[in-house]
Every structure is written in structure tokens, then in C-alpha cells.
Design a protein around this ligand. Structure first.
Ligand SMILES: NC(=O)c1ccc[n+]([C@@H]2O[C@H](COP(=O)([O-])OP(=O)(O)OC[C@H]3O[C@@H](n4cnc5c(N)ncnc54)[C@H](O)[C@@H]3O)[C@@H](O)[C@H]2O)c1
Length: 330
């Protein structure tokens, strides 16, 4: 196909313009319009270059093609919410999935999915479960650390047992799971560890401080794991991804979603979030996924001037504060 000359492009532009109403023609002929277009093009170019550099730096220049016969996915917390959706979608793609959950599934498992009841915060019983999984299915090649808990309550009100459980499930279990299943991935220089963190990794809110701390830790865990894989274990074929969803309609936040319009923040469906996680797993690439996608500036928040950071945290916290006041009155 030949490239049209500048004269032809100008002619096309003139013709296209002549079909627009006169006020629109005048607005588009404003001298600032070409500058704005150039700025938009430059921004688009920067964004694409940034994406390409992110992918290159995280993936040590190579990714792995997904093969159902080769992969075995181990998913924690697959009996509810986001985990259940990830399990359903992966199973639908023909992948073999093993779930570890503390609760039994309340639904029929697809034929390529197995369930093991275990508490991921107990290293002794987890080890027994892991041995059984290895015996029954072999070594998992993908580990999705998805199970999580979230409790409400201010720092002074929340019981110590709940604060400890939040850290145990949302952070410590990642160490325990990886210590069980990473060595086999390193040995084969093949695998993927997916950390389901949260938007709370970036923004700490009132009445969920323990949860935010645990999710900031989950992000640090993901980052440090990537460093150890690259620089200690020399296993660039083992990928790492982290997922940061905003609110998702699952049993975990039922108390908030049940408040209906009183809860002012956007809530995503499990389908949307589950699909994004599965896409990342099937890509065979390392990455950081922020959901909704247009919330990506949240990851920069700690680089904002202090007043702006405080404003963002206050706006989000006040939504929870107002909801609590409403609940207390009702
Ligand atoms: N729902 C949201 O708004 C939201 C937002 C951002 C991130 N997340 C994160 O997504 C992940 C999934 O959450 P969800 O919303 O689907 O919650 P959910 O409550 O629907 O599911 C969590 C699952 O984890 C399991 N689990 C909890 N403790 C466990 C333990 N000790 N051992 C084994 N399994 C255990 C539960 O039994 C349950 O099946 C969590 O890590 C959560 O922090 C959720």
C-alpha cells in the first residue's frame, strides 16, 4: 500500500473539515489545535514506550507460551469471590487447577479442578497438604496467592486476633506458600507467582489500617520475590505478577455493598477482575495490573506532594467514615 503524500492528506483534511458545522470548523482551525494534537501524540508515544520498557525490565526479555498440558495452577481461596471466578475461567480454558481453601466449595467443581481443605497460615498442615498435592498432581507451575481476609474497625477498636489474622492470611501465608512451591519452579526455571494485593497497597484508609498494611506488604513481597528470582536464584523463567483491584463485589465487602447508594465508591464485578487475572496468567509474563485500569495514578500517590496525598486519603476515608455514621444511625 502506498503512503499518501502530505498534499493528499491536507486535501482529505480540508474535505473532512468542510463536512463539519461552521462552529466546529472554526474550533478545529484554532492555532492551539495542532499543538494539542502534537502533545497528545507525544504522550501516547511516551505511554507506549513506558509499557514496552516495563514489560522488558520485568520479563528479562522473554515470556513463556501457555500450554495446558504443561501447567498446573495452584490457587488459594478458590471457593469464593475472585478466586472462584479465576478458577471457573481457567478451568473453562482447559487448565488444571488445584484449590486450597479453608472452606469447602459450596458448588460442583469442574472435572479439571481439585480441592484441598487447608489453612494457609499453618505451615505444618500446609506442608502435609502440599505433599499430597505433589503426590496427586505433580508440582504446581503457577501459584496464585489470592486468599485474603478483611475486617473493619479502627486501630483502637479492632480485636488483636483479627489484626493478627489479617497479617497471617494476607502476608505471612505468601511466604509459606512460596517456600513450599517455589523451589520446584526455580529448579525448572519455569513458573509464575501471582500476588493478589489491592489498591490498598498504595492508599491507607481509616478503619482498615491492618488490611492496608498487609496489602502494602504483599506488594513489597512481590517486588522482593522478583529480585531474589533474578539476582539470587538466577531463574528469569519464573514470572511474578501483582494485581491491585479497587473494590470488588464479593462476600469480603458484603457489608459495604449492602449499604447500596450509601457506599459511594465504584465496585467492580468478579468477572472483570477474574478475567484480568486469568489474562495475566495466560500471558506468561510478569506484570503489575491495576483495576480499574484508569486508576493507575494511585500507584504514584506516595510521590505526590504531601497535601495532595492527604487529600486523596481523606476523600476515600471519609466515604467509609460517612458510611459508618449512617450505619450507626440506622
Ligand atoms: N473484594 C474486594 O473488594 C477486594 C479488593 C481488592 C483486593 N481483594 C483481594 O482479593 C482476594 C480475594 O478476595 P475476595 O474478595 O474474593 O474474598 P472472599 O472472602 O470472597 O474470598 C476469600 C477466600 O479466601 C479463603 N481464605 C480465607 N482465609 C483462608 C485461610 N487461612 N486459608 C485458606 N483459605 C482462606 C476464604 O475461605 C475464601 O474462600 C483477597 O486477597 C482480597 O484481599 C479484594
Amino acid at each position: 500500500m502506498s503512503i499518501p503524500s502530505l498534499a493528499v492528506v491536507q486535501e482529505w483534511t480540508q474535505t473532512a473539515l468542510s463536512h463539519l458545522p461552521p462552529p466546529a470548523q472554526q474550533a478545529l482551525l484554532h492555532p492551539l489545535v495542532p499543538k494539542a494534537l502534537a502533545a497528545m501524540l507525544a504522550l501516547g508515544f511516551l505511554r507506549q514506550s513506558n509499557r514496552a520498557l516495563n514489560t522488558l525490565s520485568l520479563n528479562n526479555c522473554f515470556s513463556t507460551k501457555w500450554d495446558n498440558a504443561r501447567e498446573l495452577v495452584l490457587l488459594t481461596g478458590g471457593c469464593s469471590g475472585i478466586g472462584k471466578q479465576v478458577m471457573t475461567e481457567l478451568a473453562g480454558q482447559g487448565a488444571r487447577v488445584v484449590i486450597i481453601d479453608i472452606q469447602e466449595p459450596s458448588f460442583k467443581l469442574p472435572p479439571n479442578v481439585s480441592f484441598y481443605k487447608s489453612d494457609i497460615t499453618n505451615s505444618v498442615t500446609l506442608h502435609t497438604t502440599a505433599e499430597q498435592i505433589r503426590k496427586d498432581h505433580g508440582n504446581p507451575t503457577v501459584l496464585i496467592n489470592n486468599a485474603g481476609v478483611g475486617h473493619d474497625g479502627s486501630i483502637l477498636d479492632e480485636p488483636e486476633s483479627k489484626i493478627r489474622q489479617t497479617f497471617e492470611v494476607n502476608t505471612i501465608s505468601h511466604f509459606l506458600m512460596v517456600r513450599e512451591f517455589l523451589p520446584a519452579m526455580i529448579e525448572k526455571n519455569h513458573g509464575h507467582v501471582v500476588t493478589v494485593a489491592s489498591m490498598a497497597s498504595f492508599v491507607a484508609l481509616g478503619e482498615m489500617v491492618d488490611y492496608c498494611c498487609s496489602k502494602a506488604s504483599a506488594l513489597a513481597f512481590h517486588e522482593g520475590l522478583g529480585q531474589e528470582l533474578k539476582n539470587w536464584y538466577k531463574a528469569p523463567g519464573v514470572k511474578t505478577s501483582v494485581i491491585h483491584p479497587l473494590w470488588v463485589r464479593t462476600p469480603m465487602i458484603q457489608q459495604l455493598t449492602e449499604a447500596g447508594e450509601q457506599f459511594k465508591q465504584p465496585v467492580m464485578t468478579v468477572e472483570r477482575v477474574g478475567h484480568a487475572i486469568v489474562k495475566q496468567v495466560l500471558s506468561g509474563k510478569s506484570g503489575q495490573v491495576i483495576l480499574p485500569e484508569n486508576y493507575w495514578p494511585a500507584s504514584l500517590i506516595r510521590a505526590f506532594p504531601t497535601w495532595l496525598q492527604e487529600k486523596a486519603r481523606t476523600v476515600a476515608s471519609m466515604d467509609l467514615r460517612r458510611l459508618r455514621d449512617w450505619q450507626n444511625k440506622a
